[in-house]
Design a protein around this ligand. Sequence first.
Ligand code: MN
Length: 329
Amino acid sequence: MSNVETKPAELRCGGAVDGEQPAGTARVDVLTPRAVPLGGPRAMTVRRTLPQRARTLIGAWCFADHYGPDDVSVTGGMNVAPHPHTGLQTVSWLFTGEIEHRDSMGNHALVRPGELNLMTGGYGISHSEVSTPRTTVLHGVQLWVALPQEHRSTGRDFQHYAPEPVLTDGAETRVFLGSLAGSVSPVTTFTPLLGAEILLRPRATLTLAVDPDFEHGLLVDQGEVRLAGTSVGASELGYLPPGLDTLTLTNQSDGIARTVLLGGTPFEEEIVMWWNFIGRSHEDIAKAREDWQNSSDRFGAVEGYPGDRLPAPALPNAVITPRRNPPRH
Ligand code: MN
């Protein structure tokens, strides 16, 4: 997916930016999303929980868009023209619907519910994403992972993985990145990461062993879930700092609750994010933008998309620095 804001801010993320919470405290920060239209005449809207002022990263997870369930006859579905990425991996995970992915490595893949599609755009890649004609309801998440300095110019890559669901304690868990509940994803990442979809039966409680070095974010898609004693409502993201060796989730609703659990070791580097690029400086971003606008080989070409590629928005004059000291609890 592309960040299609017409005037995207340049954000400095990570490093000392995010609020510090004492390790091991089980206090949950509940992050609420903001609505971002995906552009076009019948704009589909996504709910963005990362990055935001209060928190820019969870592990290397640096971007979280959540959408649907949308009736595509009303929203027009997803039609994101070829656009570039640098310094990050895109994670596509659907609950309902189907998306056709084309990229500048020549991959032409279908993104389907319960199947991970992870694209690595280190030095540069481009891709398009279009919901297929047979899709009536579109519902899922698009997540980005920041690449560490050592690997941020790595080559293009695309991986697909359909995890077997793990059934335990009234829960159904699909681990698409990292390991949880005895399930290990074979997909390679460049920092320690966790990504899993967890479905909870009505009123079910699930306790999961987790890596105490990880911080976690629980995105609730539907239902209301108590996480470490705090209620996290639909479309909210509950954040927990490192230091916990278990997480307990309780579905407080009478329907199935669907959640996505993200985790990772805190990302220590400061990164600069703008539009679809991650760099380490404004100059990195300006160069990537210039290379895209000049159709440089850096991003390659997407074959088979019926239409023009997305032009980059104008660069902002200033880097926006999030507050360095959000209120402590
Ligand atoms: Mn994209």
